[in-house]
Each structure stands twice: as C-alpha cells, then as structure tokens.
Design a protein around this ligand. Structure first.
Ligand SMILES: Nc1nc2c(c(=O)[nH]1)N[C@H]1C(S)=C(S)[C@@H](COP(=O)(O)O)O[C@H]1N2
Ligand SMILES: [Mo]
Length: 159
C-alpha cells in the first residue's frame, strides 16, 4: 500500500468509504497485530483485526457476506462474514512501511486456521492478495476463486 493508496469499502454500508494507510495505522492498539508471524507462522508484516475495520462502519443486521476484491489480478472472493469477523486480519504494513504489491499489498487478507484449498467456503484461496476493495453484501457476492482442481493447480503454478 503506498501512502496514497485507498481501499474502497462499499455495499451495505451507511455510506461508501475510502480507507487509507493512515486509517489502518491509527486504529486502536487492541486491533493491531505488530507481527502476524506470531499468529500465523511464516507470515510477515503488521496487521489489523477485521473487527477493527468493522468499527469504522455501520452494517445492517442482514449483511452476511464480505467480498474481497483484488483488482490488480482480477481475483475475488466472497465469504460468510460471521465465520471470519472475529479472526481474519488485514496485513497492511511491512518493515514500518505500506505493504508493497509484491507482498500482496495494498492489503493482504489472512484467515488464521483456514481450511485447505477447496475444502470449504473459508479456504486458503480466500486469503486474497492485492485487496483494494472490500464489499459487504446480503448473500454471496462475486467470487472467481478457481472451482476445479486443474484451474486451481494452474493458478498455484503462477504464484
Ligand atoms: N489476488 C490474489 N489473491 C490470491 C490468489 C491469487 O491468485 N490472486 N490466490 C489464492 C490462492 S488459490 C491461495 S491458495 C493463496 C496462496 O497464498 P500464498 O501464495 O501466500 O501461499 O492465495 C490466494 N489469494
Ligand atoms: Mo488455493
């Protein structure tokens, strides 16, 4: 995330919002994770809990899906909000600087204890990189995670 990058928050929110790197830095300490490696071994960077981002918006009770959009490579996932709202994190910083695109910036979504690829709606594939738009919906939204093994294997070869 460059200092000027913005993350669009849209859907069933009171009014669409643009969140910046500064907003993430300024979320209260209770939502900050200084080193995600402590939470998910092998991962690097600083993150905020999804719950912290949810503090910035008002959602109607019928909102039940969160959409994670990575415009950079056109990768999108829409997953049940209830299952991730208290555990997913958003990596936004590396070495004190905005998370660069080569590391999945501006935002890398990360679900600790996800299921294996394809095993469930909340799987490893839902750890969307290059997130620049988060969308809240009633019912499942746009999702183009690979559905068959061949397509999935092809995607993994590129990563
Ligand atoms: N933007 C984007 N995010 C993505 C993908 C992708 O191709 N593009 N692949 C997904 C898949 S299929 C998996 S299994 C994980 C792999 O994450 P890793 O490369 O950090 O292990 O990222 C997910 N996030
Ligand atoms: Mo995957």
């Amino acid at each position: 995330m460059t200092n000027s990058a913005t993350i669009k928050i849209s859907g069933q929110v009171d009014s669409p919002l643009q969140v910046t790197y500064q907003h993430f830095c300024q979320l209260p300490t209770e939502f900050q994770i200084g080193d995600v490696g402590q939470l998910v071994p092998g991962r690097a960077g600083a993150a905020v809990k999804l719950a912290g981002l949810l503090q910035l918006i008002q959602l109607p009770p019928e909102t039940d899906y969160i959409g994670l959009h990575g415009t950079h490579d056109n990768f999108h996932a829409s997953i049940p909000l209830a299952e991730v709202k208290d555990r997913a994190v958003l990596i936004y910083q590396l070495d004190g600087k905005p998370l660069p695109q080569e590391k999945g910036g501006p935002i890398r979504f990360l679900i600790p204890d996800h299921a294996a690829c394809h095993a469930a709606e909340i799987d490893e594939c839902a750890n969307v990189k290059f997130v620049d738009h988060i969308e809240f919906t009633q019912g499942k939204g746009y999702d183009n995670r690979p559905e068959d093994d061949q397509e999935h294997a092809r995607l993994h070869e590129q990563q």
